[in-house]
Every structure is written in structure tokens, then in C-alpha cells.
Design a protein around this ligand. Structure first.
Ligand code: DAK
Length: 256
């Protein structure tokens, strides 16, 4: 199953499940997650969402590199648009979303987590934007949302170096709100989601809209430029070298 939806009273738990690839996003998986969020958005009985990954190793290890490796510029742009639709579905979900990050949240996985309203992590959580090592810049909202969340300096460090950030550091820099043991991560997230769900849905919706006004004024135009610009990376040599190196399990060599 690509995505599982379960409910606990008025909280929906959406579990992304593609364990053979550490829950990485191929086209089908992206569509399945969008469809699940849309389906839950349409349910009047649900007031908040917990989004997590199947298993004990990964929230999501990013976009599917094996799928992307041979995409051309048009294919890259199309895949980028689909990824934007995924992060938009999370960011604009009718109900607030808590990401329960249960392991790797890399590339597109990190971008899905930061599109959520709130993040809880397990101690084995690892966040990174490793795209530049694959010959592409982040393209699913990371360039716009990460600086707002952790500040421009730390975002630049993560995005330009690709350095991995563990749970403790993620807590320190404000990337996650709290760390919970892996065994109780979803339960703790559901507990917070239930607290949100007990409040006035109209007041919660208004508060979210207002917070978006405070922080996201420029996000829409930034995201549009991000989507436009990053498809171009698939026309150049670095995307092929970076992704082939991953598939062939070797280090990439980028020419000037
Ligand atoms: N894609 C495809 N397969 C993946 C994957 C991924 N992102 N991550 C892991 N897998 C697969 C591995 O290939 C392996 O499969 P087999 O080789 O066994 O068939 C399986 O999952 C288990 O992974 P490992 O054997 O590598 O496990 P390890 O414990 O050794 O390492 C790891 C775990 C998460 C550190 C490692 O798998 C890893 O580094 N994965 C890649 C992480 C990554 O770089 N993610 C970022 C992806 S790039 C855009 C379009 C897209 C994007 C941006 C812009 N535009 C066109 C606008 C998005 C980019 C990304 O998300």
C-alpha cells in the first residue's frame, strides 16, 4: 500500500509507505499522498492531520533519484511541478498538519516536513537538503520555506553544503518542536493534533491564515520562480552526473 489513512476520533494519521525505497517519492507515491491529503481535507469529521512515514528508518528519503536520473528538462520541470503540488497540498491542507518525522527526511522528504504546520521528530530523525550534491538545487519549496523556519544563515548552510542535521540540532535550530521516542512519536503527535482539534475550527483556520500572512508574504512568487528555474538543471550535465553517481553508488565528479 502506498499510503495508509487511519483515524483517531477527529485526527487522521496519513502514513507514507514505500519501504523498499525508504519512502522516496516516485510519481505514483506523490500522487497517492496528494490524493490522501485531498480525501482527508474533504472529510468534515477530521480536524487535524498527522503525517508520517512507514517503518523505523525514514519519513521520506526524498524524490526518487532512480526515476529522475534520465529525465530531460521538460520531464524535470514536470516532476518539479508535481512535487510542488505535493508540498502545496500539505501547506494548504484544510486541516493543520503535524509531521511526525521518524527517520530520514532528505531532499523532498525534508521539504514535505517543512510544508507542515508543526514537526515532531524521533531521536533517529535526520534532515538534509542534499540536492546540490546531485546536481540540482532544492525544488519543492525548500529554498523558500527553510530560511523562514531556521533563518537565512542556517538554511544557507544546509542547502549549500547538504550537511545532515540530527534530531538534537533540529530541535536547537527550530526545525522541529520536540523529540519523542520512536515508539511514541505518532502517539505524541496525535495528542497534540487532538488538542488542536478540540479548538474552534474556524478560529484555528483564521489563525493559520493570519500566520501565513505574517511569514509567507513572498512565498508564492518565490515558489513560482523556484519551479521555473529548477527544471533547467535537468538540461545540464551536473544532474545526470550527480544522480548517476547515486544510482551507481559512487561519488559524483562535477566539472567546472
Ligand atoms: N530515490 C530512490 N531510491 C532511494 C532513495 C531515493 N531518494 N533513497 C534511498 N533509496 C533506495 C536505495 O537506492 C536502496 O535501494 P536498493 O539499492 O537497495 O535497491 C534503498 O532505498 C535503501 O537505501 P540504502 O541502501 O542507500 O540505505 P542506506 O542506509 O545505506 O542509506 C540513505 C540511506 C537515505 C542515506 C541513502 O539511501 C541516501 O542517501 N538516499 C538518497 C537521499 C537523497 O539524496 N535524497 C534527496 C533526493 S533529491 C526538482 C525535482 C526534484 C527535486 C528537486 C527539484 N525539480 C525538477 C524542480 C527533489 C530532489 C530530491 O529530493
Amino acid at each position: 500500500m502506498a499510503v495508509d489513512i487511519s483515524t483517531r476520533d477527529s485526527v487522521a494519521v496519513i502514513t507514507m509507505s514505500r519501504p523498499e525505497a525508504l519512502n522516496a517519492f516516485n510519481v505514483e507515491q506523490i500522487q497517492a499522498v496528494i490524493d490522501s491529503v485531498t480525501q482527508v481535507n474533504d472529510r468534515a469529521d477530521i480536524r487535524s492531520i498527522v503525517l508520517t512515514g512507514e517503518g523505523e528508518r525514514a519519513f521520506a528519503a526524498g524524490a526518487d533519484i532512480k526515476y529522475m536520473v534520465d529525465l530531460d528538462g521538460a520531464g524535470g520541470a514536470e516532476f518539479g511541478r508535481l512535487g510542488h503540488a505535493l508540498t502545496r497540498a500539505v501547506a494548504e491542507s484544510r486541516q493543520p498538519v503535524i509531521a511526525a518525522v521518524n527517520g530520514f527526511a532528505l531532499g523532498g522528504g525534508c521539504e514535505v516536513a517543512i510544508a507542515a504546520d508543526i514537526r515532531f521528530a524521533s531521536p533517529n530523525a535526520v534532515f538534509a537538503q542534499p540536492e546540490v550534491g546531485l546536481g540540482i538545487p532544492p525544488g519543492w519549496g525548500g529554498t523558500q520555506r527553510l530560511p523562514r523556519l531556521v533563518g537565512p544563515g542556517m538554511a544557507a548552510e544546509m542547502i549549500l553544503s547538504g550537511r545532515r542535521v540530527g534530531a538534537d540540532e533540529a530541535l536547537r535550530i527550530g526545525l522541529v518542536n520536540a523529540i519523542h521516542p520512536l515508539e511514541t512519536l505518532v502517539e505524541a503527535s496525535v495528542e497534540l493534533a487532538a488538542q488542536i482539534a478540540a479548538n474552534s475550527p474556524r478560529a484555528v483556520a483564521a489563525a493559520r491564515d493570519l500566520m501565513k500572512l505574517a511569514f509567507n508574504g513572498q512565498t508564492a512568487s518565490g515558489l513560482a520562480t523556484e519551479a521555473e528555474l529548477f527544471g533547467e538543471a535537468f538540461n545540464g550535465p551536473d544532474q545526470k552526473e550527480g544522480m548517476r553517481a547515486f544510482v551507481e553508488k559512487r561519488k559524483p565528479i562535477f566539472e567546472n
